[in-house]
Ligand binder design. Structure first.
Ligand code: XMP
Length: 497
C-alpha cells in the first residue's frame, strides 16, 4: 500500500511538504515515550530538534537564549558588525533566564528629555558612566520622571538610589524566590566580568515570573561544557569573515553556520577548509544545498552538518528570480539520504508553517528543522510590535530583501560585488504569536503525536522505517489537499492549544 520514499522521490517531481502524506503505521507506545532528541551537527546534540534561523528579524540574544532553554538552539545572524554579533552571543550565553528587556542606561549628569527614552522596561538604570558595564547607582521609573517640573533636571537629583542586583547566574527559581521574598517588582541581573567590572545583562520583573510560571514545563536546556546556553552564529564566505569567525570563537560560539543561498561554491569550500584547519574543535554547518551532488562536495570539504533548502522559505523569491531551487520535501529526502552515509546531520531549512511540516521534514531524513517565519512575530524575535489593520504584528524580512541587503546580507547571495542589486526576498509582517516558551512545547507535543501515528518512537527509528520502505507515502492531489485542511465551514476559530 502506498509508495516507499525511494520510489516516490525518483519520478521527476519537485514535491514539497504539502504535496506528500504519510500513511499511518502501527502504534505500540504512548505519545510521551517519543524522544525527539537529535543532533544539529556531528558533535552538537539537542533535546529539541528546532533551530532559529540566522535572520535579523528572528535571532538575536533573546531568541537564542529562549531556544536554548527549550533544548533547541538559535543561530545569531551576521547582518551586523562583528563586535555586535559577538556581544549578542555573550549576552545569550550569560542568560539563565530566557527573556530580555531593552535596557536603557544614563549617567548621573544626564537628563531624560522625552518619555520615549523609556523602553518597555520598568525603569532606566543610572550607572556611574552611563553605560551597561559600569557600577549601578540607581533607577528612574517613568512615573517619577513624569512628575518633574523641569525635564532638564539631571537624573542624579531625582533617581531612586539603589544598587540592588542579583547575579546573572541565578536560576529562574532563585530569581522568582528573591523577588517574592523582598517584595520587589523587578531586579537587575549582573554579571561579574572580573577586572572589567560588573555588567548589567538583564532585568526580571514579577510579571515575567508570573508569565513564565504559566508556560508548560519543558525538557532539558541545551548547555555547553561550560554550563552556559548553547549558541550558534552565522558567517559569510568573504575574506573578512575569517576575522569575524575569530571573534565569534572568542565570544564562545558553540557552532557556526556558513550562510549562503547556494552553498556549493569555491568560496564556501575554501572557507570550510580554512575553518576546519584553524578551529578543528568547532562544528561547522555548510549549505544551503538541495541536491546530492552539492551535498557531496561540502561533505568532502569537511562540514559537520548540512543546511537544506533553496527558495522554499516564506519570504524567498529565489525560485522566481533565479529559476533554481527544489521542492523542500524532495530536497530534504535527497540530501539526507546521501548525508546519512557519512553521518552528517541535516537541517531542513525553510517552508515550515505547521507541526505536520516538522513531522514530514524529520521523517524524510532531517535531524532538525530551521525556522524563520514560524518564530518571527514572537516576543523573543527582534523588533517591536506595531498595529496593522487592527492586528498586532512584527516585521519579518528575507535576508535577500533589498532592505536587509543594504546592511550587508547581500554576501549570502554572492551579490556583494555586483554593481546592480537584485532582491531574492521580501519584507513583510507576521502576527504576534506570543512567546516561543509557550508555543514550541505545544508544537513539539503535536510532533510527538505525529511520530506515534507513524509508529516511530525516535528520529532514528523514523529514518530507519523510511529507508527500509516500511513507512509509505502518497502524493496528495489538489482535492486531497483541500480535504486535508479545514473545509466546508462558514467560520471557525483556529486554535490548537
Ligand atoms: P521560513 O519559511 O521559515 O524560511 O520563513 C526561512 C529561511 O528562508 C531562507 N531565507 C531566504 N531565502 N531569500 C531567499 O531566497 C531571502 O530573502 C531569504 N531570507 C531567508 C533562509 O534559509 C531561512 O532560514
Amino acid at each position: 500500500d502506498g509508495f516507499p520514499a525511494a520510489r516516490l522521490f525518483s519520478q521527476g517531481y519537485s514535491y514539497t511538504y504539502d504535496d506528500v502524506i504519510f500513511l499511518p503505521h502501527y502504534i505500540d507506545f504512548p505519545t510521551d515515550a517519543v524522544s525527539l532528541s537529535t543532533k544539529l551537527s556531528r558533535r552538537v546534540a539537542l533535546a529539541t530538534p528546532c533551530v532559529a534561523s540566522p535572520m535579523d528579524t528572528v535571532t538575536e540574544s533573546s531568541m537564542a537564549a529562549a531556544m536554548a532553554s527549550l533544548g533547541a538552539i538559535g543561530i545569531i545572524h551576521s547582518n551586523n558588525n562583528v563586535s555586535h554579533q559577538a556581544s549578542l552571543i555573550r549576552l545569550a550565553k550569560s542568560h539563565k533566564i530566557p527573556f530580555n528587556h531593552d535596557l536603557i542606561f544614563k549617567s548621573p549628569s544626564d537628563s531624560i528629555l522625552s518619555g520615549e527614552e523609556f523602553s518597555s522596561a520598568p525603569c532606566i538604570f543610572v550607572t556611574e558612566s552611563g553605560t551597561q558595564n559600569s557600577k549601578l547607582l540607581g533607577t528612574v521609573e517613568k512615573s517619577n520622571w513624569e512628575g518633574l517640573d523641569s525635564k532638564e533636571t539631571r537624573v542624579s537629583e531625582y533617581m531612586t538610589k539603589s544598587s540592588v542586583s542579583i547575579p546573572a547566574s541565578y536560576s529562574f527559581e532563585d530569581v522568582a524566590g528573591y523577588l517574592a521574598k523582598n517584595e520587589l517588582q523587578y531586579v537587575p541581573l549582573v554579571r561579574d566580568n572580573g577586572e572589567e567590572g560588573e555588567e548589567i545583562v538583564n532585568l526580571v520583573t514579577s510579571d515575567d515570573v508570573e508569565r513564565i510560571q504559566g508556560f508548560p514545563k519543558f525538557g532539558l536546556p541545551s548547555l555547553g561544557a561550560d554550563g552556559e546556553f548553547l549558541v550558534g552564529a552565522s558567517i559569510g564566505t568573504r575574506e573578512s569573515d575569517k576575522e569575524r569567525l575569530e571573534h565569534l570563537v572568542k565570544a564562545g560560539v558553540n557552532v557556526v553556520v556558513l550562510d549562503s543561498s547556494q552553498g556549493n561554491s569555491i568560496y564556501q569550500i575554501e572557507m570550510i577548509k580554512y575553518a576546519k584547519k584553524t578551529y578543528p574543535e568547532l562544528d561547522l554547518i555548510g549549505g544551503n544545498v538541495v541536491t546530492a551532488y552539492q551535498a557531496q562536495n561540502l561533505i568532502q570539504a569537511g562540514v559537520d552538518g548540512l543546511r537544506v533548502g533553496m527558495g522554499s522559505g516564506s519570504i524567498c523569491t529565489t525560485q522566481e528570480v533565479c529559476a533554481v531551487g527544489r521542492g523542500q520535501a524532495a530536497a530534504v529526502y535527497k540530501v539526507a539520504s546521501i548525508a546519512a552515509q557519512s553521518g552528517v546531520p541535516v537541517i531542513a531549512d525553510g517552508g515550515i508553517s505547521n507541526s505536520g511540516h516538522i513531522v514530514k521534514a524529520l521523517t524524510l531524513g532531517a535531524s532538525t528543522v530551521m525556522m524563520g517565519s514560524f518564530l518571527a512575530g514572537s516576543n523573543e524575535a527582534p523588533g517591536t510590535y506595531v498595529y496593522q489593520d487592527g492586528r498586532r504584528v512584527k516585521k519579518y524580512r528575507g535576508m535577500g530583501s533589498l532592505e536587509a541587503m543594504t546592511k550587508g546580507s547581500d554576501a549570502r547571495y554572492l551579490g556583494d560585488k555586483a554593481k546592480l542589486k537584485i532582491a531574492q526576498g521580501v519584507v513583510g509582517a507576521v502576527a504576534d504569536k506570543g512567546s516561543v516558551l509557550k508555543f514550541i512545547p505545544y508544537t513539539m507535543q503535536a510532533v510527538k503525536q505525529g511520530f506515534q501515528d507513524l509508529g516511530a518512537s525516535s528520529l532514528q527509528s523514523a529514518h530507519d522505517l523510511l529507508r527500509s520502505g516500511v513507512l509509505r507515502l502518497e502524493v496528495r492531489t489538489g482535492a486531497a489537499q483541500v480535504e486535508g485542511g479545514v473545509h466546508g465551514l462558514v467560520s471557525y476559530e483556529k486554535k490548537s492549544f
